[in-house]
Write a protein that binds this ligand. Structure first.
Ligand code: MG
Length: 376
């Protein structure tokens, strides 16, 4: 019971530039769109949340514009009319109004957690059960083909303390992609923890071949090698893998998909993200199911600003085991941020922000600067 009532929900689309283009399997981005959610309450406390659609609707089906519409038109009136804000009941209340739309719901839930944490004077991780760790090791994510010198970037990031690298694949034919990986590992060395993520770009046969090649190169984790819906194919890859772990990203978003993956033994690890799960609470459920099934949890990202990254940090700090670390590189990849004091990184790890709620303050000047004014 929070004692808070929502009086108003404001949403603003922001376009924030990134430092260098970031290429996924099918898309490259030079700026990232966000939906800032500001949840006003009768106690005067304002909670902030963030919706994101990494690179556009190709990842989840949700666009940033669609998130704004679903919140403004459907979720906001429910929040304002529902009486006292009760975090455990929020998800089912929103589900009654709109099925799916997980990233939009997660943005609203994030703002609700921030508001309740601020009102009670406790950080969000306390609301999630408490922090198991004060900092989280961050795997640096290199862009896919065609954007800068990845070897130089990898070296520079390893020099600043990162100990693990993520390689985005899938933009090139598989043979060329794997050649890139081989060249990179040749130059950087095998003492680094490598993860390869083709975002489901490969067919099953290609994935069988690529898995063996990547294992021979020393890659330890292969993320979403094949289509998100091919559960049997993922399970067959888990059977064939010898040294690498098969990680599910797109194929395990919500708790029900984690349950299916557990039954099918279709992955060794799950990339946990609040956005794709529909919020922090369902993401905790995904992690609990994965852990119960003997799978490892990994802290995934959708390239959030310090707002969404702080929420993810509270979530990942609350998980009992996080053996593969996280990839919360959003604030490091952005050319600017939308908070007064960006999150702190040191020695390749993200520090859990102190203070109540999410522990970050939105900067109104930055919001005004990056607010989308014209349709695009
Ligand atoms: Mg991924």
């Amino acid at each position: 019971m929070s004692g808070l009532r929502v009086t108003e929900v404001r949403t603003t689309i922001l376009d924030v530039p990134i430092r260098r283009p970031h290429r996924f399997a099918g898309h490259a981005i030079t700026s990232q769109a966000y939906l800032l959610v500001q949840l006003h309450t009768d106690a005067g406390v304002v909670g902030v949340g963030e919706g994101v659609s990494p690179g556009g609707p190709w990842w989840s089906g949700e666009s940033i514009e669609g998130q704004k519409t679903i919140i403004d038109r459907y979720l906001a009136p429910t929040l304002v009319g529902m009486g006292e804000l009760r975090l455990p009941l929020l998800g089912q209340r929103l589900e009654r109004v709109a099925h799916g739309n997980e990233f939009a719901k997660a943005a609203v839930e994030m703002a609700a957690f921030d508001a309740v944490g601020r009102a009670l004077g406790v950080p969000v991780h306390t609301l999630l059960g408490g922090a198991a760790r004060a900092e989280i090791p961050v795997r640096w994510a290199l862009s896919g083909h065609g954007h800068g010198d990845v070897v130089a970037e990898a070296r520079q990031r390893l020099d600043t303390g990162h100990r693990a690298l993520k390689l985005k694949l899938g933009a090139l034919p598989p043979e060329e992609d794997l050649r890139r990986v081989e060249l990179l590992i040749d130059k950087i060395g095998t003492g680094v923890d490598y993860l390869a993520d083709p975002n489901g770009a490969w067919d099953f046969r290609t994935a069988v071949w690529a898995l063996a090649e990547l294992e021979a190169m020393g890659v330890r984790v292969v993320e979403q090698p094949i289509d998100r819906d091919d559960v049997a194919g993922m399970a067959a890859l888990v059977e064939r893998a010898t040294t690498a772990r098969i990680m599910a990203d797109e194929s395990v978003c919500r708790p029900v998909e984690a349950l299916r993956a557990a039954h099918a033994r279709s992955c060794d690890a799950v990339s946990v993200k609040a956005g794709k799960a529909g919020g922090l609470r369902p993401a905790m459920a995904v992690a609990a199911i994965a852990t119960a099934a003997g799978m490892d949890c990994y802290g995934g990202t959708a390239l959030e600003t310090s707002v969404g990254t702080a929420a993810a940090a509270h979530l990942f700090a609350s998980l009992p085991r996080l053996p593969l670390g996280c990839e919360l590189v959003g604030p490091l990849l952005l050319a600017d941020d939308i908070v007064t004091e960006p999150l702190r990184y040191a020695d390749g790890a993200l520090r859990l922000p102190p203070g109540p709620g999410l522990g970050v303050e939105v900067d109104p000047e930055k919001v005004a600067r990056y607010a989308r004014t014209a349709p695009r």
